[in-house]
Design a protein around this ligand. Structure first.
Ligand code: GLU
Length: 445
């Protein structure tokens, strides 16, 4: 890294002590920027890079709520409004016990570049809470969402900040959040939240979009090497929204998915994962994936097992950050993996990503590969603004076009900067350049 960039990284480290995930994400981006700064040194003027790594606003608030037995709980709520140079802050809300300031800031920072890559007018933000929805009743989740929104609403608006879902936040939670926003503000402001149910102004394809988009991106990476998806053996970690629709699209396109997982263990089904079972267990019944083998006795459940031990051609880490480390990457490479699509945000550690790239594996970083979710959120905002509702087929076509364009942008940018096939550098430089140009145009603000 050049001296100027490593000085900026030192400032980031000093300012954000103990925020491991944020520092990891910031270092990865800054480490990619050398060739850009060499070509366009003016980007260092007016402290542009330093402004870009500092969130515009960081909100932390108390979220008190009462459980079904009448006990009071206190959680911490967050919203990081990272950068609005390209449009209103945009990014999901995560409800998970691991949420803290560093996790929120890494997610908001990644989101900023991801959103820039979509080419749509959205800035970057992220929020959430350390609330654990697991085992909570509908009524408890509703009361939590209402309390959370009672503080957050004042910071939101369709032109200001537009949250959506992420881990632990799906259509049910977005419905409760939107209901409370509407009640407090007395406005039916559809464009203030995305990922809404179809009954309240949601968009077709939004549910499927992150998983579908990730498969479209990997399809493009394979096509660039004269290869294709059909007949490939795939492993998809996770069993949430991203994993489920990654599996669905892979199966539709003729690939075979042999494993998925949740935080307790791994299901290995040599004959191919039965998606209806996973969907029923996870989407409808909110159960553990272990129960899959009760219905499909030929499949194997490995409690506490490592999904990356399973040989595959394509790997889709779609659970959570840093779920795939250097050793896992070595094992996947030894087992012949040809492409990796990050369905989750930053699921591969820096060593894992390096291992894939050095081994010549096509590696699609999350900010490019999983941008389909937020891109379709922007399409939901377009539909809300025009009070229109598009068909599934039309929206899916738009999504696949956007993913194709993101692939082309990352691919061409990597080649332009002398590292052909390196989608990490391509995505970081292309995303950074878009935000930087907008920030320069706006002046020192
Ligand atoms: N949470 C998703 C992501 O990581 C989607 C955000 C959105 O739709 O605003 O990109």
């Amino acid at each position: 890294m050049t001296e100027a960039l490593s000085e900026i990284l030192d400032i980031v480290k000093r300012r954000n002590p103990g925020e491991g995930e944020f520092l990891q994400a910031a270092e990865e981006v800054l480490a990619s920027l050398d060739p850009l700064i060499a070509k366009q040194p003016e980007l260092l003027q007016q402290r542009l890079v330093e402004r870009l790594v500092e969130p515009e606003r960081q909100l932390i608030f108390r979220v008190p709520w009462t459980d079904d037995a009448g006990n009071v709980h206190v959680n911490r709520g967050f919203r990081i409004e990272f950068n609005s140079a390209l449009g209103p802050y945009k990014g999901g809300l995560r409800f998970h016990p691991s949420v803290n300031l560093g996790v929120m800031k890494f997610l908001a920072f990644e989101q900023l570049f991801k959103n820039a890559l979509t080419g749509l007018p959205i800035g970057g933000g992220k929020g959430g809470s350390d609330f654990d929805p697991k085992g909570r009743s509908d009524a408890e989740v509703m009361r939590f969402c209402q309390s959370f929104m009672t503080e957050l609403y004042r910071h939101l608006g369709e032109y200001t900040d537009v949250p959506a879902g992420d881990i632990g936040v799906g259509g049910r939670e977005i419905g409760y959040l939107f209901g409370q926003y509407k009640r407090i503000t007395n406005r039916y402001e559809s464009g203030v939240l995305t990922g809404k149910g179809l009954a309240i102004g949601g968009a077709l394809v939004r549910t499927e979009a992150t998983g579908y988009g990730c498969v479209y991106f990997v399809e493009q990476m394979l096509a660039a090497r004269g290869d294709a998806l059909a007949g490939k053996t795939c492993v998809v970690s996770g069993a949430g929204n991203v994993a489920i629709y990654t599996i669905q699209k892979l199966q539709q396109l003729g690939a075979k998915v042999v494993a998925c997982s949740d935080s307790n263990g791994v299901v290995y089904d040599q004959d191919g994962i039965k998606l209806d079972t996973v969907k029923r267990l996870k989407e409808v019944q909110r159960r553990r994936i272990a129960e899959y083998v009760e219905l499909h006795p030929k499949a194997e459940y490995r409690g506490g097992g490592n999904i990356w031990d399973i040989p595959c051609d394509l790997a889709f880490p779609s659970a959570t950050q840093n779920e795939l480390n250097g050793r896992d990457a070595q094992r996947l490479v030894a087992n012949g993996v040809v492409a990796v699509g990050e369905g989750a945000n930053m699921p591969c550690t820096p060593t894992a990503a390096e291992t894939f790239i050095e081994a010549g594996v096509a590696f699609g970083p999350g900010k490019a590969a999983n941008a389909g979710g937020v891109a379709t959120s922007a399409l939901e905002m377009q539909q809300n603004a025009s009070r229109d509702a598009w068909t599934f087929a039309y929206t899916d076509e738009r999504l696949s076009e956007i993913m194709r364009d993101i692939h082309t942008l990352c691919y061409e940018t990597a080649a332009e900067f002398g590292v052909p096939g390196n989608y990490v550098v391509g995505a970081n430089i292309a995303g950074f350049r878009k935000v930087a140009v907008a920030m320069r145009t706006l002046g020192v603000i």
